[in-house]
Write a protein that binds this ligand. Structure first.
Ligand SMILES: [Zn+2]
Length: 285
């Protein structure tokens, strides 16, 4: 916590005095962790990279976005396989592209929320995983996930007794590298936030993926006070029907001193850290 923060605006693929330039993102230096929140419209898909390791958290809203946005960007980054795909919860805007990712790339494991859901897409993903020989794992609350020995990764779930429903039962991922803390919150709402803020020690994070696309039913004051993010990233679709992110959420985040970055306005939001300093770059493809 309290790391040095640098914000650089890297605009890739922008017209520079002529036709669209398709730049390649700068290579990831050894020893740095990258968090890349893709602009997938209204939904979530987030890539974590460290060395040769790659983990995708959620897979965007639909097969078209997986094929036209996610897979080309993964290819440009040189990601040819995924160690795991974590699906925070079984809503279409998070898992809609998962089967297409599984068809296109080798994936070692899928981490799904522990609870069984009735969403029809879930069986499609399970069938695709079975065909691809991908292991299906269901981490529980507090479980340490093996990804890279230098990066600590822990799954958190709100207690189902006090935080019901798919959104509240999202898998929350706590990522620690050096002194840098990142919290990915899926679509948790106020009840889950209250439960986690009340019982999880060390919920502070330098970088927060804001819950539920900036909906007003999430990002409660008590949760933000427990997390105290310097950088808040919102994944939302431009002009979405839900009015995400809500103005009151933006006000609460900024009131806590967070710098807010939005995929709907900025494109891909890319955070890199060496464990001591954090840089944020914005990449529009
Ligand atoms: Zn969502």
């Amino acid at each position: 916590m309290g790391l040095l923060l640098f914000v650089s605006l890297v605009v890739l693929g922008q017209a520079v005095g002529g036709p669209l330039r398709r730049s390649t993102p700068p290579p990831l230096p050894p020893g740095e962790l990258e968090l890349r929140v893709f602009d997938v419209g209204q939904g979530d898909s987030i890539l974590l990279r460290f060395g040769e390791r790659a983990l995708l958290v959620d897979a965007g809203p639909d097969p078209q976005t997986a094929r036209r946005v996610l897979l080309p960007r993964l290819a440009r980054l040189g990601v040819k396989r995924l160690d795991a795909v974590a699906l925070t919860h079984a809503d279409a805007d998070h898992i809609g592209g998962a089967a297409d990712i599984l068809k296109a790339l080798p994936v070692s494991a899928i981490w799904m929320a522990a609870k069984d859901h009735a969403h029809p897409l879930q069986s499609v993903i399970e069938a695709a995983a079975h065909r691809a020989g991908t292991a299906l794992e269901r981490p529980g609350d507090g479980q340490i996930l093996n990804w890279h020995p230098a990066v600590s990764l822990r799954a958190l779930f709100a207690s189902p007794d006090v935080a019901r429903g798919d959104n509240n039962q999202s898998m929350v991922l706590q990522v620690r590298f050096g002194e840098a803390d990142i919290l990915l919150t899926g679509d948790i709402e106020r009840a889950a936030e209250r439960d986690l803020a009340g019982r999880v020690v060390g919920l502070e994070a330098d970088v927060l993926k804001v819950a539920h696309h900036g909906a007003g039913t999430s990002s409660s004051r008590e949760f933000l006070a427990a997390v105290r993010p310097q950088v808040a990233i919102i994944s939302a679709g431009l002009g979405n029907a839900f009015n995400h992110p809500r103005d009151d959420v933006l006000r609460r985040l900024r009131g806590m001193g967070a710098q807010v970055f939005r995929t709907d306005l900025a494109g891909d939001v890319v955070v890199r850290t060496d464990g001591h300093e954090i840089t944020v770059a914005l990449e529009r493809s």
